[in-house]
Structure formats: C-alpha cells, structure tokens
Write a protein that binds this ligand. Sequence first.
Ligand SMILES: [Fe+2]
Ligand SMILES: [Fe+2]
Length: 479
Amino acid sequence: MNKTASFYLLTDCHYVSKTCWEDGEPITRRERGDQIVLKLSPEILDSFIDKIIADKETDTVLFLGDNVNSGDMNSHYEFRERLQKLADAGKKVYVTVATHDYCSPNGEDECFQKGAVRYTATGTEPIPFMLRSGLNEFYNDFGPKQALSIDPESGSYVVKIGDNLRLVAIIDNGNGRSHCGLFEEGIKWLSAQIDEAKAAGDYVLLAVHHPVIPPWEVYRHMADFEVYGGYRQLSELMCEKNVRAVFTGHTHVQNIREFTGRNGNRFYDIATISLVNAAGKMRKVIVDDGGKCTVESIGLDSINGVDTCGKSVFDYLYSINFTGLLESALPYVDSDYDKFLEMTEGFLPTDKLKKHKGLVRFAVNKIQKLKLSTLARFGKTKKMLSKEQYAESKNKKAFDGVLVVLSHIFRGNAPYTPETAENIVFGGVAKRLDRIVAKFRIEALQKVIPPGSSLYEMLQDFLYNNRTGDDDFIEFDLK
Ligand SMILES: [Fe+2]
Ligand SMILES: [Fe+2]
C-alpha cells in the first residue's frame, strides 16, 4: 500500500515566553502547580519541531490547543514564529485553540484566566493578553486560510491533508467550565462536512481539544463539564457516520479508548499527553490508500541546549511531576522538614504541613514502611498470591507500587496487569474499601464512584492498560 497522508499531532504545548518570567519562587510555584514544564517549554517545543522538520516524509502538523500557557501575547508571538518556521520548512500547519490561549478579563465566558502576568522574582505584574475574539485572525494562516469549509459559529474548519483524507479541526465553543463542544448549528455543520467528505470518497478524522471519551470513568464522573459538552451527541454522530477516530488533548493524559455506539459502530478517542509533561510525546499518524491508520508516539532523546547530566529526558524532568516531586521530597520529612516544605511549596498545602509536623512525620514513616504483604492480609488476598509472590511481597514496600501507579497516570501503560501481585493486593484493598463504603455509607467516597461501578473497577484503569492494550500505538481501519 502507498501512503496517502501523514501528520504530526502536538497538543497542550503550554508555551511560556522567557520574557514572561524571572527565576524565583512565583514561576517555580506556578510550574509545580501546573504539573508541566513551563520554564523549558520553548526548548522542548523547538526540539520537537526539529524532529518534525527532519522527517521529510511527513508534510502536515496539527496543534490541538492550549498552545500557550496563559494567553499572553509574548508567548503567542513566539509560538506563531515556531509555526512559521515549520511552514518555511515546507510543512502545512494547522492550529486549534483552547481555554489557555486567551483571557476573559470580564468573565465573558467564564474563562478561568482573567488576565496574563509576568512572573518577577517576588511576585507578578500584568502583561498584554489575547482575547478570544482575536484568535481567529491571529492564527488565520494556520488553518482557516486553507480550509475547505469553516463553521461560522465556532471557527472549526475542514482541511484536506492527503489524497483521500480530510481532517475536521473542531474548536470548542465552550470554556472548560460549563460546556465544551459545538452547539446545535455547529453539530449540523460537522454532520454535513462528514457527509460531504464521504461523498467525495475521502476518509475523515476529527480533532478536538477536550476529550470525547474520558480517559477513565472516574474522570467523567468528577468533571462531566470538562468532557466535550456534546460528547454523547458527538459520540453517537461518529458512530452513525462511521468516523473511526477523534484526536483529543486537554487531560494531559496519554490514552487510547474505544467507544461502541448504539448501532454497534466503534471509534477511538486518541488522547495525547501534554508536550511539556516530563513524558511529553507527539503522535505521528499515517494513513495509507487502503484506509489503514497507524498512530505512533514519539518523545525526546534530548532537549535543545539543555544538559540533562547523563539522564534521560524523562528522568531529568521527572521531578516536575507530583510523583517525582514526592519521591525527591519525602526523604527530607525526617532529616530536614524545612527543606521538605520548601520542595513541596505550591504543590502541597504548606500551612497544614507546618501545623501538623508530628502527624505528617508519623504518617509518612508508617506509609513508607508498609509492606505489600500487610496489605495482602488487609485485603484478604494472601491466598490469591502464589507462594513466590507472597514471599516477595514481604520485601516489597507497598508505597513503591503506589508511586509506580501514580507515575503512569499521565504517560499511560501502567505495568500492573491482573496476574501481578500488586494488582491482586491493591485490588483486594479496593474491594475491602468498597464493602466499608457500602456498609457505613461513606458519602464522600460514594460521590466519586460512578453508578454501577466500584473502587475496585475504577482502580483497574490505573493499574494497567485495560483499554486497547497500548496507549502509545494503535492501528485500525478507517473504512
Ligand atoms: Fe492543557
Ligand atoms: Fe485544556
């Protein structure tokens, strides 16, 4: 088969211009709070761009929103320069936008960003920012200009990206608070675009910033408004029209899930991790003329201009993730409590940690020493473990397993498949907690459990890839 189309997808670049900060506590706190790499975001984006330019076979690049971190103009100008660099290298570049790309000073659409700031060494100062109404014109050269059709209401557009392939770049009408997605007219437009593409004999792929299917059941339950507002409608529309995939971002989670509609048709929501996560990756999508679609994931081996001191990029950036932060800060709980407070500032509630020093020390020590075998007894799963597994569990710290699970939340593909000791033991604990929650009607926990589900079932989403088997790769048929 010959290749008909190939494109790169990058999402949640959260670009921050170096003009927007001086090194100091304010930017460090913001970075910790956001759980992504802000200070090195230009270097990371440039490193990915160099990889894309070096690939002469792929001529198309799609950016899926949250392109900059807080809607400031300096970051937008620099981000657009990068797009131009790609265009100058012969790439067709398409952009969509999302809630981090603009500010709503008067709360016009509940956007959480009222204005943009520059981080000084000791505080913040206001700087010029983008309004939502300015985005279309600012990025006109990268999508709308090449579009076959544009939805007048949302600015969503369709582009042809190969002999037999059209991409519908959907721009959320919503604001990430009360609604994300297209309204009625937008859905009609989308439906007509899919019909038109199919009538012309083209395959169709969709892309939208917010997830259509949540990465885990608990996500939808807790943040229904954050999932594409018309997701039930969009999911059914995709099944009705047999559109086989939608690419999404926003959750910063590397995750591929399948949805089956009422008519039995299926599609994939291919969610991509933030480019500036410690484990940031871009997707490379290849569609051949037989309609086979292959999705790969590509990370960085090095960062332009950054000495990672012999470490892999992930290890070098790992301390920005909360698990990395915990791993590096927890040893100081006993030896140097002030250092522990300093390292977790902006991420953990410093005031409370200060107030309850004794309790925190006690709890952290207990939790860190807890053996997997102790949890096996608590969850009554000792008999389910093989002799070897139980013997090993006496030497395994349960907390190490918890850190492994947490460290895979964003990058996907957690390792604890059903036959592993960790899956059996943690599953047993969850089942026991399910019984306790039901017996004592613990409302706080009952609230987070989706109807018909359980803590045990929810936990499986995080222990291993119970989805499509691999969050980094998938191959399927577009027909
Ligand atoms: Fe984001
Ligand atoms: Fe987002």
